[in-house]
Design a protein around this ligand. Structure first.
Ligand code: G16
Ligand code: MG
Length: 216
């Protein structure tokens, strides 16, 4: 039985949130205020543009359109310096095992991420060949919790939404999966991701027969 498996990137496949944080913090400091790791939680799964809007609200800074565009670019240039140093050691535990199981069982795999840097990140960590389709910040017009990103992925995989399984670490991502009528799997804190159909702290906590039962 064929299903479609859709993975979020940041927080599910790799922990790029720490690099986003360093880049946003640098920009905040440059603009004269601090940005904490706690505040960075709000940025998870959120588009770059929306992140900058929130950051400027935190710093109580009014920007001209030109400044806004400049800071978007600066943040990303800084972020890409971290991405450039990434390798396979940054793949989160058991992600590769799960991908290999799905490939061995001929299950189509897609990425469904808000990031515009998704493809280079997958390339850096060596996971690009596992993906049949990549839907990311370059393809979508509506951010999660809108289901658009996952619906496009389902279409590209040729699988109906009801037969898609989404792995997500962000509340908005779980909502997007639910809004798309897909099976939602929360990767992270089950108290935070309480709207997910299933929850696992990480892939090492997923029972070995969980995936085989899903594709039975
Ligand atoms: C990720 C991160 C967000 C980031 C967004 C856009 O989402 O969690 O913090 O702002 O991508 O990234 P970029 O600046 O690279 O376009 P996801 O959907 O992969 O969890
Ligand atoms: Mg995420």
């Amino acid at each position: 039985n064929k299903k479609g498996f859709i993975f979020d990137l940041d927080g599910v496949i790799v922990d790029t949130a720490k690099y986003h944080y360093l880049a946003w913090k640098k920009l905040a400091n440059q603009l004269g205020f601090d940005f904490t790791e706690e505040q960075n939680e709000m940025f998870k799964g959120v588009s770059r543009k929306r992140c900058l809007e929130i950051l400027l609200e935190i710093g109580d800074i009014k920007a001209t359109q030109e400044q806004f565009d400049t800071w978007m670019v600066e943040k990303n240039v800084d972020y890409l310096q971290y991405i450039d140093k990434m390798d396979a050691s940054e793949i989160l535990p058991d992600v590769k095992k799960v991908l290999e199981f799905l490939v061995a069982n001929k299950q189509p795999i897609a990425l469904g991420s808000a990031s515009k840097n998704a493809q280079p990140i997958l390339e850096k960590v060596g996971l690009l060949p596992y993906f049949d389709s990549i839907v990311d910040g370059n393809n979508v017009t509506k951010a999660k919790p809108d289901p658009e990103v996952f619906l496009i992925a389902a279409k590209q995989l040729g699988v109906t939404p009801e037969n898609c399984v989404v792995f997500e670490d962000a509340v908005a991502g779980i909502e997007a999966a639910n809004n798309a009528n897909m099976i939602s799997i929360g990767i992270g804190d089950e108290n935070v991701l309480n709207k997910a159909d299933y929850n696992f702290k990480d892939f090492t906590e997923m029972p070995s027969d969980f995936l085989s039962n899903l594709i039975k």
